[in-house]
Design a protein around this ligand. Structure first.
Ligand SMILES: C[S@@+](CC[C@H](N)C(=O)[O-])C[C@H]1O[C@@H](n2cnc3c(N)ncnc32)[C@H](O)[C@@H]1O
Length: 252
């Protein structure tokens, strides 16, 4: 079995539960921590051609469309795309893999966003090559993905929320296909791919994408009131859930 098939099968299986998790506006991690950085890195999207790569059920596509972007969503899971189309019939969605993006022409997009996708895709280098190919020269990529140094699935927190322990059962520097037990309302194990942070950086560089900005998204003080309860506030203030990169396609 090709690794993409395994991943596609997994996301098809969890797509309906993912829709419950993300809803119309994104889950609390996105709302509290990463979406503000994503929008700051994306800038004014009005009038831009934007690809939401690994769009899932399409909550971000709708927000991009509402901000004036001409957005296309793409995902390798047929079930994710079926839900996205049902939710947003006026947005274009395609089934395709980020490893190739074979249904897209070169230099089609001004901006590409991949929101919590790269740790879920088996072929990092292939994805970065195709991201770079579909971007115009000087175009921008905003990549948000789970923090590889602090995997949420391996974290335990003390009762008062002050202490967090991360459990590593293998060397951080090794690439590994990981299977985490179900969390929240999910009933299926989660497949994802661990790679050290430097591997991401090298894959960006090899694809001709220059790092313009980098952030470890967290809840900032003026937004503390958005946390649902003290435990979520403490967690968002203390734990890095993700990393965010702003990249630009190098002018040759
Ligand atoms: C964690 S979900 C994030 C979905 C969406 N971006 C969001 O923020 O709600 C990861 C998504 O990436 C998709 N995905 C994983 N590998 C992919 C690949 N190689 N090509 C396209 N989509 C992929 C999955 O099907 C899934 O919808």
């Amino acid at each position: 079995m090709h690794e993409d098939d395994d991943v596609r099968e997994f996301w098809n299986r969890v797509a309906d539960d993912w829709h419950i998790q993300i809803g119309a506006a994104g889950d609390s991690n996105r709302i509290l921590n990463s979406d503000p950085v994503l929008w700051a890195f994306a800038g004014d999207v009005g009038g831009l051609k934007v690809l939401d790569a690994g769009c899932g059920t399409g909550y971000l596509c709708r927000q991009l469309r509402d901000r004036g972007a001409a957005v296309t969503g793409v995902d390798l899971s047929e079930r994710m795309i079926a839900i996205a189309r049902a939710q947003h019939p006026d947005i274009e969605f395609r089934v395709d893999t980020c490893s190739e993006l074979g249904t897209f022409a070169d230099a089609e997009f001004d901006l590409l966003i991949a929101n919590y996708v790269l740790m879920d895709t088996p072929d990092l280098e292939g994805a970065m090559r195709s991201f770079s190919r579909v971007l115009r020269t000087g175009g921008k990529a905003v990549l948000v993905f789970s923090h590889p140094c602090f995997p949420a699935g391996g974290a335990t927190r003390s009762m008062n929320g002050d202490e967090t322990n991360y459990r590593w059962t293998f060397p951080y520097f090794e690439r590994r296909r990981r299977v985490d037990p179900p969390w929240a309302h999910f009933t299926s194990d989660f497949i994802w791919f661990h790679r050290p942070l430097s591997d991401y950086w090298k894959a960006f560089k090899a694809a001709g994408l220059v790092v313009m900005d980098f952030e470890e998204p967290r809840l900032t003080e003026e937004r503390f009131h958005l946390a649902e309860n003290p435990r979520k506030l403490a967690s968002s203030r203390a734990r890095p859930y993700s990393v965010a990169f702003q990249l630009r396609k190098r002018i040759a």
